[in-house]
Design a protein around this ligand. Structure first.
Ligand code: NAP
Length: 267
């Protein structure tokens, strides 16, 4: 069992300019020794760095503007980490985006962006960083997946499939890293109020909202995730309602899910 303690760690957080990523940074700030914040919007990262270092001048916060949909940018980020000898021991693959609507009407550049960020960047970053964490003999990887990854979702087919990949990849990586001192935790939140819906909504389409009782706050998602990392748990579904809901979904045979989906589509 991995016995990773967050205190004093150096964490790299992708998608730190908003939502869950910014919340990871805020909660880790009081415990980590250093943070590397990654996203495209550099001014947001700089604002967050200033907020965190004002609170704790001893915290080392580095920011790196990176477009994770471009594999050359992912490689440049990893080269920079190596060149600057920044030893990451907590990698939080959080950046991600969705797209609400059917495959037949989707935009091909949005499809590529979603797969590149949610799947390719997460995999390539892990591939580059994990050998160095293994060398250090202790560390953890957090992959922010989604409850959407537990079932095929019409109207969100590609996003749900990317998150099925993230959950499966995390479980297999965890098996490979057993005994190395490096833990892997996949977090599968249900709906959380962040910028996710605004990004996922297509122009002119109606906003999609899940019932409020299914929502969990970003703060609660991050708290549950960091607790799970220190307990070396493979999978965390934050919030009691989502935990129960997903336990039922995961126990439901596929033919029954297909049948139920007919009524959902007819609504
Ligand atoms: N909110 C939910 O309901 C929910 C539920 C389950 C799972 N999740 C997952 O949680 C994770 C965080 O999402 P969120 O809810 O916090 O959404 P958010 O508020 O929209 O934040 C998404 C983050 O990802 C970054 N990002 C997007 N595209 C990027 C790119 N090409 N290169 C670099 N960074 C990029 C964004 O930064 P820039 O735009 O500055 O690049 C932003 O910091 C995602 O993986 C999402 O799938 C969210």
């Amino acid at each position: 069992m991995s016995t990773f303690r967050i205190d004093g760690c150096t964490a790299l957080i992708t998608g730190a300019s908003a939502g869950l990523g910014a919340e990871f940074a805020r909660q880790l700030a009081s415990r980590a020794g250093g943070l590397v914040l990654v996203a495209r919007r550099e001014e947001r990262l700089a604002q967050l760095r200033d907020e965190l270092t004002k609170r704790d001048p001893n915290l080392n916060v580095l920011i790196r503007a990176t477009d994770l949909s471009r594999s050359e940018d992912v490689a440049a980020l990893c080269d920079w980490l190596e060149h600057e000898q920044i030893a990451i021991d907590l990698l939080i693959n959080n950046a991600g985006l969705g797209d609400y609507g059917d495959v037949s009407t989707s935009d091909s550049s949005r499809i590529a962006e979603m797969i590149n960020v949610n799947v390719t960047a997460l995999t390539l970053l892990t591939r580059r960083i994990v050998p160095r964490i293994i060398e250090q003999g202790r560390g953890a990887i957090v992959n922010v997946s989604s409850s959407a990854g537990f079932l095929p979702i019409a109207g969100m087919a590609i996003y749900a499939a990317t998150k099925a990949y993230v959950t499966s990849f995390s479980e297999a990586l965890r098996m490979e890293l057993r005994g190395s001192g490096v833990g892997v935790t996949a977090v599968c939140p249900g709906p959380v109020h962040t910028e996710f819906n605004t990004v996922a909504k297509r122009r002119g389409a109606k906003a999609r909202t899940a019932p409020e009782f299914t929502h969990v706050s970003a703060a609660a998602v991050v708290r549950a995730t960091l607790r799970a990392v220190e307990r070396d748990q493979p999978l965390v579904i934050p919030g009691l309602v989502m935990k129960i809901g997903m336990a039922l979904i995961r126990a439901t045979p596929m033919p029954l899910l297909r049948f139920a989906a007919r009524f959902d589509r007819a609504r």
